[in-house]
Write a protein that binds this ligand. Structure first.
Ligand SMILES: NC(=O)c1ccc[n+]([C@@H]2O[C@H](COP(=O)([O-])OP(=O)(O)OC[C@H]3O[C@@H](n4cnc5c(N)ncnc54)[C@H](OP(=O)(O)O)[C@@H]3O)[C@@H](O)[C@H]2O)c1
Length: 328
């Protein structure tokens, strides 16, 4: 395994593995024994960065979520896991009632929700302090200052270590960070977005935002990350849920861009040169990029995870990287 630092403040920054493991479906679609086997294998391979949320995975059983955090809490206790494994969680997108969703009935990011939902996450995970807490989606019904101050209070109290944001417009991240900096408060340092080698269309309608889905890395966010190297990009769904390689999971319309065929051809070419799989080339491309990303992979079997873990040792040459970067 290889490691890197996230965050800048010597009091709160952490060293984590360059590959993160998503626990989204653990405890719902993925049963307990399989989830434990995947988590154990990840830790055995040196993985130290696990991702969950207070709303995972509400859509599987039509509830409000929390099963993933609860499973991680049981696994942590059962395996005696402590500070050495960073568990990141999120709040803001938990549906307020069963049968609803974050698109129509989210808990949001008021100071009250931030305090109460973080407390529930700490209970489910069995952690006195949440290592990394993200705002899962935006909440424009609440003044941004209230959200910023709500998160900062938890850091000041020692209930949270690092702060992050997911699925936010770049300008909203920048505004929140500016508000925090001007007030001498901790701000978002870890940004979690969908990012992969194939680019995702940004023009499709979205339930989250009338201007299109804000959850993928686009030009504005990429430019922001390049300008602010102290920020960390965590790239969710980097394998596009298996669609690079699986006929049973074809790429959706959101990847239907003119660049897609050329990029898929470049991927296959580099995979053939290196002897690695297409999925591994995607992950290596993300890890070793000019603005490096931490791929946040999902797995429903140990074999899938093993394929992703092996990508950590794949070094692309400058020629291979420029072949991939230049394909469109
Ligand atoms: N912030 C957000 O809004 C957000 C959104 C989505 C996800 N996330 C986070 O990101 C994590 C990962 O998301 P994801 O599951 O969408 O990521 P992903 O890595 O793109 O997809 C994982 C899925 O791909 C398939 N897969 C994985 N390895 C494979 C392999 N070697 N060969 C063939 N298929 C393979 C499996 O599908 P099958 O199970 O069907 O076999 C697996 O469940 C989540 O757990 C969650 O923590 C965050």
């Amino acid at each position: 395994m290889r490691y890197r630092t996230i965050g800048t403040d010597p009091q709160t920054r952490r060293e984590v593995s360059v590959l993160s493991l998503g626990a989204m479906l653990f405890g719902t679609a993925t049963d307990e024994a399989t989830s434990y086997a995947i988590l154990d294998r990840y830790v055995e391979a040196g993985g130290t960065f696990i991702d969950t949320s207070d709303n995972y995975a509400f859509w599987v059983n039509g509830g409000q979520g929390g099963e993933s955090e609860e499973l991680l809490g049981r696994w942590r206790r059962n395996r005696g896991i402590g500070d050495e494994i960073l568990v990141a969680t999120k709040l803001g997108a938990r549906p307020l009632a069963p049968g609803t969703s974050f698109t129509d009935n989210p808990e949001g990011l008021s100071a009250k929700v931030i305090r109460e939902s973080a407390e529930r996450s700490r209970e489910r995970l069995g952690m006195a302090k949440l290592d990394l807490l993200y705002a899962h989606i935006e909440d424009r019904t609440v003044p941004l200052r209230e959200t910023v101050e709500g998160f900062a209070e938890l850091v000041a109290e020692g209930a949270v270590g690092l702060l992050g944001a997911s699925n936010h417009r770049a300008w909203r991240v920048e505004r929140a960070r500016s508000l925090a900096a001007a007030a001498g408060l901790p701000g978002y340092e870890v940004l979690q977005y969908h990012h992969s080698y194939l680019q995702r269309r940004t023009d499709l309608p979205s339930d989250l935002d009338p201007d299109g889905n804000p959850g993928a890395v686009g030009g504005d966010l990429a430019s922001y990350l390049r300008a602010e190297p102290e920020l960390t990009l965590v790239a969710y769904s980097p394998l596009v849920k298996g669609s690079y390689t699986r006929p049973d999971k074809p790429l959706g319309a959101e990847y239907n861009l003119p660049s897609a065929p050329g990029r898929l051809a470049a991927l296959r070419e580099v995979a053939a040169q290196t002897g690695a799989t297409v999925n591994q080339v995607v992950l290596a491309w993300l890890i070793g990029g000019e603005v490096p990303a931490i791929p946040l992979v999902g797995a429903s079997s140990v074999a899938q995870l093993d394929e992703s873990l092996a990508a950590v040792d794949l070094e692309l040459t400058a020629e291979q990287r420029s072949r991939l970067d230049g394909a469109y």
